[in-house]
Design a binder for this molecule. Sequence first.
Ligand SMILES: [Zn+2]
Length: 393
Amino acid sequence: MKEKIFRLFAAAITMLAVASFAGRPPAEKKDPGMKALELSSALSPSIKIEPAFLPAIRSYTAVVDSTNVQSVKIDPVPFSAGSRVTINGGETVSGRPYVADLKPGENRFEISVFPAGGKNAVQYQLTIIQKDLSGQYTSERVQAGVWRLADYGGFPPNQNAYLIEGPEKAVLIDTGMGKGDLAGTVKSLTSRPVEVAVTHGHGDHAGQIGQFPASVVYMSEKDKGMLPAAVNSGNFKWVKDGDKIGLGGGRYLEVVEVPGHSAGSIMFLDRIGKTLAIGDAIGSGSYVWKFIPGTSSLSEYRDTLKKLESRLAPFDALTFLTGHHWQERTPLTGTTGKQMVTDMRILCEKIISGEITGTPNSINLGGQKMNVLTASYGLAGIWYDPENLHQSK
Ligand SMILES: [Zn+2]
């Protein structure tokens, strides 16, 4: 009996609620369209759209590089979870990005967001222009007299070179693998004579050395074998730990050897400008590739990092100039860069002691499949060869 009364009571409340809802003017509707539109590719975590997304703007454009981006992931996020979204008429699955293959030039996408149960969609246009950006360089000022240069029009994945201008000389750190006029870009930024310093011999850091035949090139002789065959090393100066590359007026770049990523990986420390150009020696803030044959063991790498930590200890702040800036998860400025070095050393210790075991991953290195492990700790991440913990191979 009690239950029956309760049911009647509940039904009455429901009816009352329906009646009061019907009597009121309809509540103001939220925009039933999108609250976000994300664009990415397998290698580019975030592709910029123009203008920046705003729910009221219905038309967007993005430019991607044809060398690295053959398809994109389009991720429309509707306001309401019940909305149905189509792209060029095809249904999308909520939470799963729509993968679109691109052709050169303009690729148009019509994104329609249908309200739950409704037929009138909110329409958005997205135009993705795929073109060859390999000849374009961009530059941005890091601090007075220090520029970050990016190849591929700055489109990730790309490589960064740095130009450091001193009172008498400028030094270009790394030369990237873009196909355009890097020397011309450098000339447009400084009128000082330019020398070149290379962090290591990998093609994405030393690729365009040939554009500077009249400049002295500083690098470690240990990576000499990686240079393109056409490069004439007559203008090279092989440097070692502690060597100084003068910029004039008592300012210089100090060579810091940090082997591991490659046998000849070096960093360049500017004590006055408080910058450290790190190349790939400890990665760029996401992970370091520490599995390439012919490099040091993980134990040796840990010892190298220990030395680096004490060398950097006196600095209250240091800006790390990374080889692939787009991989920085947190800006490696202030004391964050130093923290990453410490975290990397601790990570190596934990891997060596067995406290951390990485997750299996495989990588294709020049056509050769390698089984590596990946692990992370704090700000540091590493891809390593489990058979190379104590003995270099
Ligand atoms: Zn490298």
